[in-house]
Design a protein around this ligand. Structure first.
Ligand SMILES: Cc1cc2nc3c(=O)[nH]c(=O)nc-3n(C[C@H](O)[C@H](O)[C@H](O)COP(=O)(O)OP(=O)(O)OC[C@H]3O[C@@H](n4cnc5c(N)ncnc54)[C@H](O)[C@@H]3O)c2cc1C
Length: 422
């Protein structure tokens, strides 16, 4: 099959790798408008579930990705004049990894090339007609996909613009824990979260409401002044290290509103959407890259599992959209939690931290935060007790005896699934 992939991001590159692995006779070209080694953004996070998935799909690239990733197994939050809450990874807060976007793209590019994929850098596709000889055209050209925009009606594209503004920055401070910091200013709250992605750099995403942004003058300040102000606001967290904006951003342009994109369908004739071109997930759940890689695997599987192109694309569309729905929902609730920050930020730090971890819950926006917290605690205790009782039954059964249920077992009412510890 002759395949043209537009965009040399994680989605297209991984798709080209998986297609070539299964059938080296595919003729695949990836067209990327930027030059090699140039990309936007800093490090991206991912979770161990993804690593297992990648090891199953292409062990070679998975190994290199793992070797080049930073790893953390603890979380901390700073708020209210230096109060700190911290936890090690466990059942509630998982372990995580960070890898530089640059690094990830270099690894995938090299792997794709080694399998015989043609990669054309500095080749912007401005019209799908340029790719008329391809059997399949893959739009992996990101959230602003030009190929998708030509068929907005057919795809049923919808974009919702987030209220808060954010900046995706880097820093030379190396965070060993995934670190959240909430700072109160005269104009409202501003917060950042940071995680390491290499031996000498971390990502630092900063977010606030538009009122705070304007109140602090960040909408007017030039790049140097606004970075200096942010460094001052987050001085304790950064420990004297600078914040760094992407080199190619002009004054103010590194502040954005997140755009959540959905598409009713992900294919049209021989054009198929992949990764951010098909859907975006708010950065606060750290999943967009992982989902883009998984999209690639789904599409490659569908293409190799079906003989007809249209049947394969329909299967990818149907199955992948269903699989991704919980992540899209979680991302919407997580974005909303930050937009509703004033609702939570007055809680005692331990409670705030707990609800920060619960921010994907669809129930949380509808239940008073303190009550939600208490219900969560009660549910934790219920499950803890249930585990103990189950264990007791199991060991007694193994000894061939019936247990004495005892008069004091708690009579705990049922509770919604959302209360189950994360
Ligand atoms: C602040 C922030 C933080 C994030 N953090 C995380 C995180 O921690 N973990 C995570 O998993 N995800 C994260 N993401 C999401 C992640 O960056 C994206 O979901 C991911 O990059 C999507 O990959 P993609 O290949 O679909 O698109 P992209 O990575 O956007 O790649 C698209 C490529 O297409 C190229 N292109 C576009 N148009 C054309 C054209 N016409 N011709 C040729 N080339 C073209 C572009 O130059 C680009 O290289 C974050 C996003 C943001 C905004």
């Amino acid at each position: 099959m002759k395949i043209a992939c537009v965009g040399g991001g994680p989605a297209s590159l991984y798709f080209s790798i998986l297609m070539k692995r299964v059938d080296p006779s595919h003729d695949i070209t990836v067209h990327e408008r930027n030059r090699a080694g140039s990309t936007y953004g800093w490090g991206v996070t991912y979770w161990d579930g993804l690593l297992n998935y990648l090891h199953g799909a292409d062990p070679e690239s998975a190994r290199t990705i793992e070797e080049n990733s930073a790893h953390w197994n603890s979380w901390e939050m700073h708020v209210h004049d230096g109060a700190t809450v911290a936890t090690v990874a466990g059942e509630d807060w998982g372990e995580g990894f960070g890898i530089g976007r640059h690094q990830l793209l270099d690894i995938l590019t090299e792997r794709a090339r080694s399998l015989g994929v043609h990669i054309e850098f500095e080749h912007e596709i401005t019209n799908q007609d340029e790719l008329a000889d391809a059997d399949l055209v893959v739009a992996g050209d990101g959230v602003n996909s030009l190929l998708r925009e030509r068929h907005t009606d057919r795809f049923g594209s919808e974009i919702t613009v987030g209220r808060n503004v954010y900046a995706w920055l880097g820093t030379t401070k190396v965070f060993h824990s995934f670190t959240f910091t909430f700072v109160e200013t005269a104009h409202g709250w501003i917060w950042c979260y940071g995680y390491g992605f290499s031996k000498d750099h971390s990502t630092c995403v900063i977010e606030c409401s538009p009122t705070t942004w304007k109140g602090l003058g960040l909408d007017q300040a030039n790049k140097a002044d606004s970075l200096a102000l942010l460094e001052k606001l987050f001085a304790d967290t950064l420990g004297g290290h600078p914040l760094i904006a992407q080199a190619n951003t002009e004054d103010g342009t590194y502040w954005l509103n997140f755009r959540t994109l959905t598409n009713r369908t992900w294919y049209h004739d021989n054009l198929v959407l992949l990764g951010d071109a098909a859907h975006t997930t708010h950065y606060s759940i750290g999943a967009g890259t992982a989902l883009a890689l998984e999209d690639a695997a789904f599409l490659a599987n569908a293409l190799h599992g079906e003989t007809q192109l249209q049947t394969a694309l329909a299967r990818y569309d149907r199955e992948r959209q269903a699989a991704i729905r919980p992540s899209l929902r979680a991302a919407r609730y997580s974005a909303r939690w930050y937009e509703d920050l004033p609702r939570y930020v007055g809680l005692p730090p331990e409670q705030l931290f707990e609800l920060l971890g619960q921010r994907r819950s669809p129930l949380l926006p509808h239940v008073p935060p303190r009550l939600y917290y208490r219900l969560g605690q009660a549910a934790d205790q219920f499950y803890y007790r249930l585990d103990q009782v189950t264990e007791q039954f199991r060991s007694l059964r193994n000894r061939g005896r019936r247990p004495d249920p005892g008069p004091h077992e708690p009579n705990t009412p049922g509770h919604p699934d959302e209360m189950i510890p994360r």
